[in-house]
Design a binder for this molecule. Structure first.
Ligand SMILES: *Cc1c(COP(=O)(O)O)cnc(C)c1O
Length: 428
């Protein structure tokens, strides 16, 4: 046994259990000690430009003084108070503002603390919507191939069962219907048939509008989305739009649903809701969904209430984040990023082993035949001073909207360089 092996065999396993990680094989993890603008500062004093906005959340970059000030003020006054039986202005104001910002009569906001829980709440709402209206048996969901809706059990059940990361659990989760996105006539027909045939079993249809994120950054257009919305409406199904990743400008629209001019019955929001600062999520219902719970019968109430629901610090951060969308040119910045991504990632197209280069809003993707050498890829990005996290079969960028042209070009050049190097190693 080498000295290193001996030492490793004697070291206790780490205390910290990391996300999506085989702990035994995990290499050292970069340790961040501070953030500023679009940069992460590591323990050794080096910096990385964040190419993926901390899992697509930090749309205003890090440490924006307006959000920091709002959270500091709120912290000094009231960090938290339970939401059962009590209310507070940060939550009421945020609910009013979201209702105003969202399309149609998406006016009733239920807060929780993570995207997955927002999806669970949406699914509970949809199932109970039918029960409250005296309709029994409608408790299954239609979701789409390559979809991802979170890591809790209900959300897992509507995530792609084959391609998704929750394969092991296939036999243990509620059985849902998985459809192909209706992108051609054949698929449209099959979706229509599914929605008609199982009408009495289906509680709702759930979709990530325009961009399927964790399923591989796959894009579809507004027509496809409109088709889904129309089909769901025609067959009398509730439509749940999971805008957890797409919401707040990432696709180029404030909400991806705006692109197709549709109003889903229920919408889930989280990720960029607080500008990447504090965990918060919202499930927003249209009037007719809310009305199904409006009753003299206490048993018709929505029985859900996370302990830290509507945390005032998080609501203050979200209100401040919405201020920034009003006072700073975020959507124009997304358009500028989109143009740059389109031009600057293009050189990767056609390289051996590169399957696709695609851009939607502030998301740029280079798709590979397969993610060989993921460890090497991640290391290479860090050597270039870039934080990126390739997954599935893609390299991708989803930078903070405030990124400057020079930093963005550093990200895109690095992506293309790393893709080229990868292509030389693996592209046969
Ligand atoms: C991230 C994500 C979720 C899950 O959100 P968490 O906060 O990680 O629980 C759900 N749906 C979509 C589309 C997401 O991108």
């Amino acid at each position: 046994m080498s000295e290193r092996q001996l030492r490793l065999s004697m070291e206790p396993p780490p205390s910290l259990w990391r996300p999506y990680t085989q702990m035994k094989l995990a290499g050292p993890t970069p340790k961040v000690r501070a953030t500023e603008g679009v940069r992460l500062e590591l323990e050794d004093g080096s910096h990385l430009i964040d190419g993926i906005s901390s899992w697509w959340t930090a749309c205003h970059g890090y440490n924006h003084p307006h959000i920091q000030g709002a959270v500091a003020d709120q912290l000094a006054r009231m960090p938290h108070v339970m939401f059962g039986g009590l209310s507070h202005e940060p939550a009421e104001r945020l609910a009013r503002r979201l209702a105003k910002l969202l399309p149609g009569d998406l006016d009733h906001v239920f807060f929780s603390d993570s995207g997955s829980v927002a999806v669970e709440v949406a699914m509970k709402m949809a199932v109970q919507y039918w029960l409250n209206r005296g309709v029994k048996g409608r408790h299954r969901f239609v979701s789409f191939r390559d979809g991802y809706h979170g890591d809790t059990l209900g959300a897992m059940s509507v995530t792609d069962p084959d391609g998704g990361m929750h394969r092991h659990f296939a036999g243990y989760l509620p059985q849902q219907f998985v459809a192909d996105l209706p992108t051609d006539l054949d698929r449209i027909a099959r979706l229509e048939t599914l929605l008609a045939r199982h009408r009495d079993a289906i509680a709702g249809v759930i979709v990530e509008p325009l961009v399927q994120g964790a399923g591989g950054m796959k894009f579809h257009d507004g027509d496809t989305l409109r088709r889904i919305a129309n089909a769901a409406a025609r067959h009398g199904h509730l439509l749940i739009a999971d805008e957890i990743m797409t919401g707040f400008g990432r696709t180029g629209r404030m909400f991806a649903c705006d692109e197709a001019d549709i109003v889903p019955d229920i919408m889930c929001l989280s990720k960029a809701l607080t500008g990447g600062t504090i965990a918060l999520a919202a499930t927003v219902a249209r009037r007719h969904v809310f009305d199904a719970f409006w009753s003299d019968d206490p048993a018709a109430a929505l029985m859900h209430g996370p302990t830290f629901m509507a945390n005032p610090l998080a609501c203050a951060a979200a209100n401040a984040s919405l201020d920034l969308f009003e006072t700073e040119p975020r959507l124009a910045q997304v358009r500028t990023i989109e143009t740059a991504l389109r031009q600057e990632l293009e050189p990767a197209r056609g390289l051996p082993g590169i399957v696709d280069v695609r851009v939607q809003g502030a998301i740029g993707v280079i798709q590979l035949t397969a993610l060989n050498d993921a460890g090497w890829l991640r290391r290479r990005f860090i050597e270039f001073g870039v934080w990126a996290r390739p997954f599935g079969d893609i390299l991708y960028l989803a930078p903070p909207f405030v990124i400057g042209a020079e930093d963005l070009t550093h990200l895109t050049r690095t992506m293309v360089t790393v893709a080229r190097e990868w292509s030389e190693r693996h592209g046969t």
